[in-house]
Design a protein around this ligand. Structure first.
Ligand SMILES: Cc1cc2nc3c(=O)[nH]c(=O)nc-3n(C[C@H](O)[C@H](O)[C@H](O)COP(=O)(O)O)c2cc1C
Length: 404
């Protein structure tokens, strides 16, 4: 049996024989049944998200790499998002029957194969031509839930997109009753299963790597940053600048905007960008049907700490009334397991699949998701939790707990 979402590849006979031998040795472990894979295909060179990151860095224009990988100002939260996972320790359980591992999760009435979703990301064309569509195809191949930034309506209409997809809004298109109606009607008709409302980007932060690079954000909409034959950048007409006093022409969204959006659509609205218990409570109060604990991949407000540290207080505040998701720094199956133990319904990733996208387009997106999924399944097997219902708070402890 192949993993259901594995992309077709020619077989390599010698390797196949060797792998079949291994399978005979270990029994019917599903991750060894990938005997049909051609491991000479460069797609299979990287074996984890970090390998994909290294390859993406080599492949991308340095300016595009900085845009993908960087955070805001001191990049303190960027480091925190990763560092905090080291402070969480898994408490594995032995002698549990883990012959069958079920990673599936149900959210808003849809069953999804595993609780790792694709976060929304802008500027994908900087990493791969037609980036949003490539991502949507990769997500469909990987049977993953995809939160799209939009622009893939035609693909959705073919019926080939992933069954569960959510549409992103950052507020601009929901500020009046009329614009909300136009927006929600269109995506309800297309069959979207939720709306993701990002609330942490009312102003755009200083991403200082991009400022030093004199990146023009518009370049990422059209494609890779332009270079002349000598590899030189054209002079940016409108580079990202520091020292501009923040102001917006029109009012930004408030909790009332959220309440109006929630009351006017039949789709569940998931608020992305929550970092405190108080805002978690407000999400419930104003009608949200889900919340993503997120610091925007440490690309907006800096010095907010790690999302995995904020997760428990939001879970407590929401108190099971709506699902809590979490993103920020997830690179390993063990990271995902830790978040599930702290009460997350699922996690989302952005940079990991963007690394895959930059390296191999849709196949890279699918492969990264597959690696994360199999790492999660494997670590569930090692930790003695055969399904998501078996995962609870006792599966982890903070490093400082129970020292003696
Ligand atoms: C290149 C890039 C573009 C992003 N664009 C958006 C966006 O348009 N809307 C949004 O809500 N979040 C955006 N994000 C944030 C992600 O959705 C997500 O919250 C975060 O990156 C998750 O952390 P991770 O990259 O460490 O997985 C972007 C992130 C990156 C890396």
């Amino acid at each position: 049996m192949m993993w259901p979402y594995m992309l077709p590849h020619p077989t390599s006979v010698d390797r196949r024989a060797a792998l079949l031998e291994l399978i005979a040795m270990f029994g019917a472990a599903p991750w060894l049944n990938a005997a049909d894979i051609d491991y000479d295909d460069p797609l299979y060179g990287p074996i984890n998200v970090f390998d994909f990151a290294g390859l993406a860095k080599k492949k991308l224009d340095p300016m595009a790499w900085d845009y993908l990988d960087g955070g805001s100002e001191d990049e303190m939260s960027l480091r925190d998002n990763r560092r905090a996972f080291d402070d969480l320790i898994i408490r594995p359980r032995m002698l549990v029957d883990v012959s069958k591992i079920d990673t599936s999760v149900e959210i808003f009435g849809k069953k999804v194969a595993y609780p790792i979703f694709l976060d929304p990301t802008g500027g994908k064309n900087c990493f791969f031509k037609g980036g949003e569509l490539e991502t949507a195809k990769g997500a469909a191949a990987a049977k993953a839930l995809h939160i799209t930034n939009g622009g893939i309506d035609e693909f959705i209409e073919t019926g080939k997109a992933t069954d569960a997809w959510w549409q992103l809004t950052t507020g601009g298109n929901i500020m009046t009753k009329q614009s909300r109606k136009a927006f929600t009607q269109r995506i309800e008709d297309l069959g979207c299963s939720a709306i993701c409302f990002t609330v942490d980007i009312m102003h755009v932060s200083h991403r200082e790597r991009d400022m030093h690079n004199k990146l023009e954000r518009a370049w990422c909409e059209s494609g890779l940053p332009p270079r002349d034959a000598l590899g030189k950048m054209p002079k940016a007409k409108n580079p990202w600048r520091a020292g501009l006093y923040p102001e917006r022409q029109s009012p930004t969204a408030t909790w009332e905007t959220l309440a109006e959006l929630c009351s006017e659509t039949k789709l569940p609205v998931v608020v992305k960008g929550i970092m405190t218990a108080e805002d978690g409570e407000r999400c419930v109060k104003y009608g949200a049907k889900g919340v993503v604990v997120s610091n925007h991949g440490a690309r907006q407000q800096d010095h907010v700490g790690a999302t995995i540290e904020a997760l428990p207080e939001v879970v407590r505040a929401v108190n099971g009334k709506i699902p809590v998701l979490c993103d920020g720094g997830f690179r390993r199956g063990t990271d995902v397991l830790k978040a599930l133990a702290l009460g997350a319904k699922a996690v989302c990733v952005a940079r990991p699949y963007l690394y895959g996208l930059a390296c191999f387009g849709q196949r890279g997106v699918a492969r990264v998701m597959e690696l994360l999924h199999t790492e999660l399944a494997l670590n569930m097997g090692l930790a003695g939790v055969p399904n998501l219902a078996a995962i609870d708070r006792s599966l982890v402890r903070w490093r400082h707990e129970h020292k003696g």
